[in-house]
Design a protein around this ligand. Sequence first.
Ligand SMILES: Nc1ncnc2c1ncn2[C@@H]1O[C@H](COP(=O)(O)OP(=O)(O)OP(=O)(O)O)[C@@H](O)[C@H]1O
Length: 267
Amino acid sequence: MGDRAAMSVGAISLRDVTVAYDRHPAVHHLSGSFAPGSLTAIAGPNGAGKSTLLKALMGELPVSEGAIDRGQLSVREFGYLPQAAEIERRFPISVADAVTLGAWRRTGAFGGMTRGIAEEARRALSAVGLEGFERRHVGSLSAGQFQRVLFARLLMQDAKVILLDEPFTAIDARTTRDLLEIIRRWRSDGRTVIAVLHDFEQVRAHFPETLLLAREPIEWGATASALSPANLLRARAMAESWDEGAQPCRPDAHAHGHAHARAHDHA
Ligand SMILES: Nc1ncnc2c1ncn2[C@@H]1O[C@H](COP(=O)(O)OP(=O)(O)OP(=O)(O)O)[C@@H](O)[C@H]1O
């Protein structure tokens, strides 16, 4: 497919990536790559480092060890949907303005709403099932409607790589189904899509690749294999061992000896 070839511009590769908060690693020794046009779920227990990894991929958090190679891609070409709890929706803007913000790379921070952009926003809203919502205030929308608006904004952004952090948490089944359809369309466009998800059935049904993360990677590959019962048990067992504090970084795996004494504290 021509579009797909045009959109597929490179892998995102991780080499022994560790991301830490105050030297406590939340993602630990992760290596692998997201192929161009791939559709990958990131799954794992609470506190496994899934959101942290998305933020590192976006360049919002620095890696403390290793490297992320985005190839020819710039993070400006990444679209990112944070967890709902991190999104402020009380500011007084209309649905049309919220969607148009997705086009900021083309319009500039102070760019006005040209007729072309307005028409595009209308089409994006229609694609997410919100025709005629342009003038509504974002604060007046239901959780599902607001999530549709955020997907419309991603459609406007025309990003080559799309990162979604728990996009269906607290979202009704109908909206989830519609938004999964948009994700499928992104994939057939050749965009790379990476989503943090908790629902394993959803992952098995819609995501060919999975990274099962428990701070350290358990497995990254075909979903059926990554989400094997043995892997899920291992992930759970690792999560139970976090109760007494952050995992120390294994000193033997570190040439620079960044494993700090504080990482051994049992708070
Ligand atoms: N800003 C922060 N400062 C310090 N520690 C943090 C910060 N954000 C996350 N952490 C810690 O890093 C670890 C990984 O958190 P992260 O949010 O990445 O996990 P997650 O897999 O997305 O979890 P969940 O499924 O619960 O959303 C947790 O122990 C968390 O407490």
